[in-house]
Design a protein around this ligand. Structure first.
Ligand code: HEC
Length: 187
C-alpha cells in the first residue's frame, strides 16, 4: 500500500515532467483547459475569446496629454469566428455590430486610461452573398449597411451606403470591406 502510493506519486511526477516538457516544446504557450488547478495555480483558459462574454476595452494613452476620444467595440453573430477562421470569409447572414462610445479618460495606475462611457450608437453590417435586396440603397458590395443612433435601435438614419459608408471602408476593400486587422479572434 505504502509502496504503490509512493510509486504512483513518482510516476505522476515523472509523467508531469515528461508531458510538461513535451507540451512546452510543441507549443510555445499552450492554453489550459482549466483556469485553476488543484494546487490553485491559475492559467489563461483556452477558447476564452469564443466562450466568454466580451466585457469591455481600456485604451492606455501613449501620450499622457490626451486619451481616446471614442472607443469602438465590435461583436460578431455566433459562429462568425469559426466560419471565418476555417474559410477566410464572413458567412452569409453574419452580423457585425460596432458600438461607438464616447470615451472617458482618467489617470489610473496603468497610465492615462480611456474607457467606454456613453453609448452613441451602433454601426451594423449584415453579410449578403445572395443580393437579396438589389433595390435597397442600404445593401451592396456583399453587405447590408446601417447606423443606429442610441435613441433608436430599430430605425436607421442611414439612407445610402454609397454615400454613408463605403468611402471610409475603401481601405478595407481587400478584406471584404472589414477592418480585420483589429480583430485578433479572426486570426
Ligand atoms: C469616417 C469613416 C467611416 C464611416 C463614414 C463609416 N465607417 Fe465603418 N468603420 C470605419 C473604420 C476606420 C472602422 C474600423 C476602425 C474604427 O472603428 O475606428 C470601421 C468599422 C466598422 C464596423 C466594424 C467591422 C469592420 O468593418 O471593421 C462596422 C460594422 C462598420 N464600420 C459599419 C459601418 C456602416 C454601416 C457605415 C455607414 C452607415 C460606416 N461603417 C461608415 C470607418 C467608417
Amino acid at each position: 500500500m505504502r509502496m504503490s502510493k509512493r510509486s504512483s506519486i513518482y510516476l505522476a511526477a515523472l509523467g508531469a515532467a515528461v508531458f510538461g516538457g513535451l507540451g512546452w516544446a510543441m507549443f510555445a504557450a499552450p492554453l489550459a483547459t482549466t483556469v485553476v488547478d488543484a494546487q490553485g495555480s491559475m492559467s489563461v483558459p483556452a477558447d476564452y475569446r469564443s466562450s466568454y462574454e466580451f466585457l469591455g476595452t481600456w485604451a492606455v494613452a501613449s501620450d499622457p496629454a490626451q486619451g481616446s476620444k471614442e472607443l469602438h467595440t465590435v461583436y460578431a453573430s455566433p459562429g462568425t469566428m469559426a466560419a471565418f477562421r476555417s474559410s477566410g470569409k464572413f458567412p452569409h447572414d453574419a452580423v457585425l455590430i460596432k458600438e461607438v462610445f464616447e470615451a472617458r479618460t482618467e489617470p489610473l495606475t496603468t497610465g492615462v486610461v480611456s474607457h467606454a462611457e456613453k453609448l452613441a450608437g451602433w454601426f451594423v453590417m449584415v453579410k449578403d452573398d445572395k443580393q437579396r435586396f438589389p433595390d435597397n440603397k442600404l445593401w451592396g458590395e456583399g453587405w447590408g449597411w446601417a447606423w443606429f443612433d442610441v435613441a433608436n435601435p430599430n430605425r436607421t438614419t442611414s439612407t445610402n451606403y454609397k454615400t454613408d459608408c463605403i468611402g471610409c471602408h475603401t481601405p478595407a476593400k481587400k478584406t471584404d470591406w472589414v477592418f480585420v486587422q483589429g480583430y485578433p479572434p479572426l486570426r
